[in-house]
Design a protein around this ligand. Structure first.
Ligand code: NAG
Ligand code: NAG
Ligand code: NAG
Ligand code: NAG
Length: 394
């Protein structure tokens, strides 16, 4: 159940037990431009910001902590991301709880000892799960939905340290350099946390974002574009098959979308390829260079295959239909260069210049996106704004 990367032999647990097992709360009235948020609020962790930056944080005096139990609920379809962080001594000793492959992972650093432990059930099924972190004697215990998830036992040869100083806590990000982590992971987390009880304290947290994004009541798996966001990839990350074929698939209710689904362009050029849907005409239009085809938006899947001498479009409806444009793609100016060093945007139209200026944003839910047969994870984009990468409101 638990995997140890390195054994741990110091008084780590004793300090952690109080210091790191929860998210305490200490609202500091301050003159800075910070907002205070209740620790029990429903909080969407995937809100756009610097990827490692916490969504909210707080500082509490260790001497004020009386309880060593914290509990909260979490809901996500995202397999990977930061949930919470705690530290003492201004970041010298720290604790990170994250998900990787859908499974809880704790990383702990105390003096010269680093520990990584992962295990328990997969949590990224889109359902609310209750996590409870506590300390019982020599054990740090993570309960998932009331049953055992992860347990770390540590025996110290040193006497217990007297706890003093401040504890910093952060949600959805960390306060140390990510290079200090033992196991690297992608920090962005399309997930929600609610009903937090942090060390039995009830003071507010602080956030410096303008406005907190909502957690939708019900969600389904997919990528949601609220009409203000997009994700950009370097085309070089998508391998071209030996036969020169490139295949891109979209699933979703195209009838409920509006805006640019995808655009591809080479540096300093006009977009080579644009796929857009129009909610007024109820049509999906595909543009490749000068060629353009429009289709009724009544399908649930659209598969686009770039071959060296043609472009194929498969609409999957009750009666699947394939449209083939016989155009020599390789003779199209810049085609291969665009695939080797261009940009691909999901959810917006790339501008003509070198910069990533994007317009005509998509509104709607893409239930699944695949490139070359693999699911596209929008968290891996080189640039991403205002997109719910792994969930859509349902
Ligand atoms: C922590 O305690 C010290 C001294 O007891 C006090 O000066 C400081 O303001 C406290 N900090 C917080 C965040 O309450
Ligand atoms: C939690 O706080 C409440 C109110 O401050 C108190 O009555 C209760 O005993 C505390 N529980 C624990 C476990 O410390
Ligand atoms: C993406 O491409 C840009 C320029 O074309 C380059 O500077 C950047 O390092 C690339 N990023 C990745 C993640 O490949
Ligand atoms: C599409 O149009 C309908 C009716 O005109 C409107 O209710 C709906 O919100 C629109 N959807 C999008 C995604 O723009």
């Amino acid at each position: 159940m638990a995997v140890f990367r390195r054994t741990m032999a110091s008084g780590l647990l004793f300090t952690l037990s109080l210091a790191l097992l929860g998210w305490a709360v200490e609202g500091q009235g301050n003159g800075r431009n910070k907002k205070e948020v209740s620790g029990q609020t429903s909080l969407y962790l995937g809100q756009h910001r610097d990827i490692w930056r916490p969504l909210m944080h707080t500082t509490v005096n260790l001497s004020e902590i009386r309880s060593i139990k914290s509990s909260f609920q979490v809901r996500t379809f995202d397999p990977e991301g930061t949930i919470f962080y705690g530290d003492t001594k201004n970041g010298e000793d720290w604790f990170v709880l994250s998900l990787k492959d859908g499974i809880c992972m704790m990383q702990i650093s105390k003096e010269d000892v680093l520990v990584s432990v992962a295990g328990g059930p997969k949590l990224n099924d889109g359902k609310w799960h209750t996590l409870e972190v506590s300390n019982e004697g020599k054990f740090v215990i993570l309960l998932v939905d009331g049953t055992s998830g992860l347990e770390v036992g540590m025996q110290s040869k040193q006497t217990e340290e007297v706890l003093a100083g401040e504890l910093r806590l952060a949600l959805g990000g960390i306060l140390i350099n990510e290079e200090k982590l033992i196991v690297q992971f992608g920090p962005q987390m399309d997930g929600c946390v609610r009903e937090g009880n942090w060390l039995n304290l009830s003071l507010p947290w602080e956030t410096d974002v303008e406005e907190l994004w909502p957690c939708y009541q019900n969600i389904k798996s997919g990528s949601y574009f609220p009409g203000s966001g997009f994700a950009i990839f370097n085309t070089s990350v998508f391998p071209i098959e030996a036969d020169g074929e490139i295949k891109i698939d979209f699933w979703g209710d195209f009838h409920q979308m509006d805006g640019t689904i995808m655009s591809i362009k080479g540096s300093g050029q006009k977009p080579m390829f644009i796929l857009e849907t129009n909610n007024n005409t109820k049509e999906v239009t595909l543009t490749f260079g000068e060629e353009k085809i429009s289709m009724k938006d009544t399908f649930r899947r659209l598969a686009i295959t770039f071959q060296t001498d043609s472009l194929q479009v498969l609409q999957d409806t009750n009666e699947p239909k394939t449209i083939t444009l016989s155009i020599s793609l390789v003779s199209h100016p810049g085609y291969l260069t665009t695939w080797k060093e261009g940009r691909l945007a999901i959810g917006g139209l790339l501008g003509e210049g070198e910069e990533n200026i994007v317009s005509q944003f998509l509104t709607g839910c893409l239930e699944k996106i695949q490139v070359q047969g693999r699911d596209l994870d929008l968290d891996l984009a080189v640039k991403r704004t205002s997109v719910y990468s792994h969930s859509c409101p349902a």
